[in-house]
Design a protein around this ligand. Structure first.
Ligand SMILES: CC(C)(COP(=O)(O)OP(=O)(O)OC[C@H]1O[C@@H](n2cnc3c(N)ncnc32)[C@H](O)[C@@H]1OP(=O)(O)O)[C@@H](O)C(=O)NCCC(=O)NCCS
Length: 383
């Protein structure tokens, strides 16, 4: 019997995270996501995912030093980014540069545990640097090197914008990275594990994951959310009417629905709270008030909730819904959102690779054949 979309099929055991879709709960290594997002840093969550426990101060300092030592991007890689077409999609750019990273690593094919750990740190440290460099180069600016002493979240905003962000913005970036770091057997993690299951290398597995995350049904949804918000703003339509029209035309409203959550995604709740702290009451772009995107998002959420409840569907906001307005407020351009998701998910992907290589079995499901049988080949001129 086939299961459409592998729904409900358990393909691995993991100690990394658990999702209770009915209640809208997510834990990493035993800790509620809300607790982690509000009280830890991305570096602490990396340690938790890679080691199964939160670090003490000395362990955290050690990991920070290891990440800092890997943060620079080699000049060859920067030259590759300069050779990209200016119109390159950021996820295509990230996929390509991570593939290149593998070629520059003489131990790329060594899947022993110390090597897996070294690569997890290397990839987690370099992806923000390369993402920020990609963004600056395509805008005709020089890349900004990482600054010693800054956290991963602070450094990313610094390398992207060329100036250090204030504490609340860094805190929000940190929380956004934590919220995206791990999420069970999602499609990109599964893709990474399938690739590792063939005993291919970590870089190839992460390239598979990036290619999978790129799709609008997975990581690409946050870009689509921002496109939707801009579309509504530009059309001058009331958001409620826009949602009605979308649903009546059979279209999906981006940032809603989830294969596993049948309640509000707990990550969306944390992001919504953070948004209140960073979205300024004044300012904003194009003459729109600072809270414009957030207010628009709230109206869409309320109306969607009413429509979905009336239709008896358990469709609620997912993590992408509020990440769009939060990232925009942090000055991250919308087509970079999915690349930011990818760099945040790298500790989760690599932690899954630790589990996969440690207890590997080739992942090879079957397909149910529905074509004809018993045909015989006729010469080509008689077909
Ligand atoms: C995430 C997603 C792919 C999950 O899909 P899925 O588990 O296969 O869910 P289904 O396609 O079976 O949807 C169940 C029902 O809810 C509806 N639905 C699901 N997501 C919807 C959305 N975003 N807007 C409107 N209706 C939606 C479907 O049309 C379907 O209705 P039907 O039973 O009348 O046909 C889907 O909800 C979606 O496309 N969401 C928008 C993209 C997005 O935000 N992705 C990010 C996920 S983190």
């Amino acid at each position: 019997m086939s299961t459409s979309g592998l729904e409900g099929v358990v393909v691995a055991q993991t100690k990394l995270s658990a999702i209770n879709g009915a209640e809208g709960e997510l834990i990493y290594g035993g800790y509620e996501i809300d607790d982690l997002a509000r009280h830890t840093t991305f570096e602490e969550v990396c340690y938790l995912l890679w080691n199964g426990e939160l670090p003490n101060q000395a362990q955290l300092d050690g990991l920070r030093a290891q990440l800092a030592a890997e943060q620079d991007a080699a000049p060859e890689l920067i030259e590759m980014l300069r050779a990209y077409p200016r119109t390159a999609d950021p996820m295509a750019g990230l996929r390509t540069i991570v593939s290149a990273l593998g070629m520059f690593d003489p131990n790329a094919d060594d899947n022993t545990e110390p090597e897996l750990r070294r690569k997890a740190i290397l990839l987690t440290a370099k992806m923000p640097t390369l993402t920020a460099a990609f963004e600056r180069i395509r805008n005709g600016k020089e890349p900004v090197a990482p600054r010693a002493g800054l956290s991963m979240a602070a450094n990313f905003l610094y390398m992207l914008n060329g100036e250090e962000a204030d504490e609340i913005r860094v805190r929000t970036m940190d929380a956004a990275l934590i919220l995206h770091a791990e999420h069970g057997m999602n499609a990109s993690t599964f893709a990474a594990r399938v690739t590792a299951g063939t005993l291919s290398d970590v870089y190839s597995a992460i390239v598979s994951a990036i290619g999978t995350l790129k799709g609008p049904s997975h990581g690409g949804a946050n870009v689509e959310v921002m496109n939707m918000l801009r579309d509504i703003a530009q059309s001058g339509t009331e958001p409620e009417a826009w949602v009605d029209h979308a649903l009546e035309s059979g279209r999906r409203v981006m940032g809603f629905g989830h294969r596993v959550y049948k309640a509000t995604d707990p990550r969306a709740k944390v992001l919504r709270d953070l948004a209140d702290q960073i979205v300024p009451a004044e300012g904003g772009e194009g003459g729109r008030g600072g809270r414009y995107w957030l207010d628009l998002s709230d109206r869409i959420r309320s109306h969607m909730q009413a429509r979905m409840e009336a239709a008896g569907k358990k469709i609620y906001p997912n993590v992408d819904f509020f990440s769009a307005s939060v990232y925009t407020t942090l000055g991250i351009p919308e087509d970079l959102f999915t690349a930011v998701f990818a760099m945040a998910r790298t500790p989760g992907w690599t932690a899954h690779l630790f589990e996969q290589y440690a207890k590997n079995r080739l992942i090879r499901p079957e397909a149910e054949y529905t074509g004809p049988r018993g045909l015989t080949v006729k010469p080509v001129g008689e077909r």
